[in-house]
Design a protein around this ligand. Structure first.
Ligand code: SF4
Ligand code: SF4
Length: 446
């Protein structure tokens, strides 16, 4: 046998604490959601800039005037929320909602502080310990409220600007007053309300009740064989303080599944299955492994499939609208106060106005040229007009053509705009007025 010891590396099996299945899934999803909540406004993935009237969606800077894209985006988000409520019940509340995530975090921190104070001050009276715990909790909650408010307000005000206001402790301007007020509301919310906000104030719970039907996913107590041992662990585990055994349709229930974990934990020790479970409606039908996959993911009737098709239509429309969007918006209009003017060198001038808005994040240049009119030139605007990001300009320019190249009266032409950066050139069909058969006075106007 070799002197070298043969080291066998065996992987320790992962330990899963009974009755924590949904809790672990929920906490993982909540961490991901927290990261998304913070990332969306900071990286312009989704936010509304109220000061500049812009809407940011996955990096695209949309102007509020771009009604079609803003409309499609809002419809897409609205139908997504409605579809989620109809198919998966209060999945948003239990797994994704920032209010719930921060409320549960506040509950956890408060419990830890109380445990710590009880340990450190065993001889103090209960009132003093409660007071000390409240002070410590308040001290921790204040910076957390500032952070949450900062992220929340960043959805409406540029984060960089907000950060400067925060550093200068601005409570004099309108933006500073709004920030301070939201911080105070956030502090009071997580100090006093937390999950009570969900049942007393938030409209989504009421909305969900309107959207659910007999196929909506809910948490259901189903005990045909009378296996419940009446331990009330499910009630103690419920963050909303309700008893799921009374009804699956309680307004307070956020479908968080903590009661399922509690029940499977206690009955699992007795070798029994949980009597609380996720089910599609009151039928107590769980997602049977052999069921049609559409049924298993909740698409259990035509209504749900129709909603998803509608969602797909809006998503496609939105993708096309964003794909076709030009970063520089151009409009060219003829200035018909004067039909044409003639100069001594035998040239005819027609005046036009150009409105240009750079909706992109990079500087852009616009070059104009004329097609379909021989020898036509553009005068009065630079060869490559530079537009800074967010800049809008209105310019007057002339199209100039030697009269010898023109037909009397109306001539057709196209004004071509080469925009950099841009997906493709833009063109505008216009008319050019020339004098009728008689030769105009040099330098005269019509
Ligand atoms: S009843 Fe169950 S699912 Fe509903 S909120 Fe309470 S623990 Fe969550
Ligand atoms: S945890 Fe399960 S067994 Fe205990 S009371 Fe609730 S439903 Fe019954």
């Amino acid at each position: 046998m070799s002197t070298q010891a043969q080291i066998k590396i065996t992987k320790k099996p992962r330990t899963i604490i009974p009755g924590t299945h949904f809790h672990r899934i929920r906490k993982t999803v909540q961490i991901v959601c927290f990261v998304i909540f913070v990332t969306l406004p900071l990286f312009d993935i989704m936010r509304i800039d109220l000061t500049r009237q812009r809407f940011y969606f996955f990096g695209a800077e949309l102007w509020i005037s771009e009604f079609s894209i803003v409309f499609l985006t809002l419809m897409f988000l609205w139908i997504s929320i409605a579809a989620m409520a109809m198919i998966y019940g209060r999945f948003w509340c239990g797994y994704l909602c920032p209010q719930m995530i921060f409320s549960e975090t506040a509950n956890g921190i408060e419990k830890s502080i109380i445990r710590l104070i009880n340990k450190k001050l065993p001889n103090a009276g209960p009132r003093l310990r409660r007071f000390a715990a409240a002070i410590v909790f308040g001290i921790l909650l204040l910076p957390a409220s500032v952070f949450v408010t900062f992220v929340f307000v960043s959805y409406f005000i540029p984060p960089f600007d907000l950060f400067h206001r925060l550093l200068s402790l601005d409570i004099r301007t309108a933006g500073g007053i709004v920030g301070a007020s939201v911080t105070l509301v956030t502090f009071l919310d997580f100090a006093l309300l937390r999950q009570r906000f969900c049942t007393a104030i938030c409209p989504y719970g009421y909305l969900q009740n309107m959207l659910k039907d007999k196929h909506t996913l809910l948490v259901h107590f189903h005990d045909p064989n009378d296996e419940c041992i009446k331990c009330s662990k499910c009630v103690r585990a419920c963050p909303m303080g309700i008893d799921i055994r009374q009804s699956s349709h309680q307004l307070e229930c956020t479908h968080c599944a903590e009661c399922i974990d509690a029940c499977s934990g206690i009955l699992g020790k007795l070798g029994r299955q949980t009597v609380i479970q996720y089910a599609w409606g009151d039928s107590a039908a769980t997602a049977a492994p052999k069921a049609n996959w559409l049924h298993r993911i909740g698409l259990r009737d035509g209504k749900r499939i129709a909603v998803l098709v509608l969602l797909l239509v809006y998503a496609t429309g939105l993708s096309i609208a964003i794909g076709l969007r030009q970063p520089v918006l151009l409009r060219i209009m003829p200035d018909r106060i004067t039909l044409y003017s003639a100069t001594a060198d035998g040239k005819i001038h027609n005046s036009f106005r150009m409105l240009a808005s750079n909706r992109g994040r990079l500087p852009a240049t616009v070059s104009l040229s004329v097609a379909d009119l021989p020898e036509a030139k553009i005068e009065g605007v630079e060869d490559r007009k530079l537009l800074e990001p967010g800049q809008s300009v209105q310019l007057q320019f002339d199209v100039v053509v030697p009269q010898s190249s023109l037909n009397p009266g109306i001539n057709r032409m196209r004004i071509l705009a080469d925009v950099t950066p841009g997906k493709k050139g833009q063109q505008f069909s216009e008319t050019f007025f020339a004098p009728q058969a008689s030769t105009p006075e040099p330098g005269g106007k019509k």
